[in-house]
Write a protein that binds this ligand. Structure first.
Ligand SMILES: NC(=O)c1ccc[n+]([C@@H]2O[C@H](COP(=O)([O-])OP(=O)(O)OC[C@H]3O[C@@H](n4cnc5c(N)ncnc54)[C@H](O)[C@@H]3O)[C@@H](O)[C@H]2O)c1
Length: 303
């Protein structure tokens, strides 16, 4: 199936319908790539190795298959989306992308390095976005030649199912860049909220405290993990309990987020429960490693 042709520049909705480069083919990158391809964008999904990129495409395929099985997506639409999704290694393909979504691990120095490489390849007009869930956008942009072109575009997991995008302008981000990020996010069918560039923004700060408090309760023996999850689900109408959520997000990512919040606020509310640190050392990272608070058979590790 042929890729969607570039749309007329005169239509503001369609003016960003160009090639999307997704950097990092993990949980989020694979979901974002699937979503963008489904929404008509030609997409390149890249990672540090061919094997990781291929695994990312497999996860994107699984997410689309899941939607077909649920009846929310036709198999023709899935096939067309997959035709628009190719893979690669490294960020050199930024030279042919008009929109770049960085979804590399939650580490400031790594993201700065990745964006320096992206900037070396990307055209001056390319929209640069980071899917960071907690790191300051201003700090990620700090070493770019043009820090005004980077904006936070925070997707949620699993991307195909979650209707929200949180947009975070850095202190230096230009208003037209924020507007392009909004148009892009809405073209993916997402509802946008905007947050100031403070550690954890709105959503991650809320999520991290929720999971951390549950981990403290578990460590203190207040209740079993199953009962804590059930209490949140049936008591507060949460679709999943805090431990199920932590396993989905990744225990390593959750801990990294808490450490960013602690560094940013120096407030005891954000002191990570030692249980989370122990789990990360033991490689109990959640669904992605096959075990976190719960165990997952291999076929359930991707969403
Ligand atoms: N997991 C979630 O629920 C969630 C939700 C929203 C946002 N986020 C954010 O999204 C980002 C990615 O998180 P994730 O959970 O997908 O992580 P992940 O560990 O599943 O995936 C990260 C991927 O990036 C790759 N990578 C590492 N260095 C790279 C480089 N230099 N170039 C290209 N790829 C590189 C890794 O090989 C890996 O495949 C993080 O900033 C995280 O905070 C995560």
């Amino acid at each position: 199936m042929s890729p969607t042709p570039p749309a007329a520049e005169s239509d503001p909705r369609e003016s960003v319908r160009k090639r999307v480069l997704v950097v990092g083919a993990g949980i989020m990158g694979s979901g974002i790539a699937a979503q963008a391809a489904l929404s008509g964008y030609p997409v390149t999904l890249v990672d540090v190795s061919e094997e990781f990129a291929r695994r990312g495409r497999e996860n994107a395929t699984r997410a689309l298959d899941h939607a077909v099985r649920k009846g929310t997506l036709g198999s023709n639409e899935r096939d067309a989306a997959l035709d628009r999704l190719d893979i690669g290694v490294g960020v050199a393909r930024a030279d042919s992308a008009q929109i770049v979504v960085e979804a590399a691990p939650e580490n400031l120095e790594l993201k700065r390095k990745v964006f320096a490489e992206i900037e070396a390849h990307a055209g001056a007009d390319a929209l640069l976005t980071s899917n960071t869930s907690s790191l300051p956008i201003t700090a990620i942009a700090e070493r770019l030649r043009d820090p005004t072109r980077l904006v936070g575009v925070h997707f949620f997991n699993p991307v195909l199912q979650m209707p929200l995008v949180e947009i975070i302008p850095g202190h230096t981000t230009r208003p037209d860049v924020v507007e392009r990020a909004r148009v892009f996010s809405e073209s993916l069918g997402k509802t946008v909220v905007q947050s100031r560039d403070t550690p954890g923004f709105v959503t991650t700060r809320a999520m991290a405290v929720l999971v951390n408090e549950a981990a403290w309760m578990l460590s203190e023996g207040v209740a079993t993990k199953e009962d804590i999850d059930t209490a949140y689900k049936l008591g507060f109408h949460h679709p999943m309990g805090p431990f199920e959520l932590a396993d989905l997000v990744g225990i390593d990512t959750t801990l990294a987020i808490l450490d960013v919040l602690w560094d940013g606020f120096r407030d005891a509310r954000y002191r990570a429960c030692p249980l989370l640190r122990t789990m990360v050392s033991a490689h109990l990272w959640g669904r992605k490693s096959g075990e976190g608070f719960y165990r997952y058979p291999a076929r359930e590790t991707a969403t």
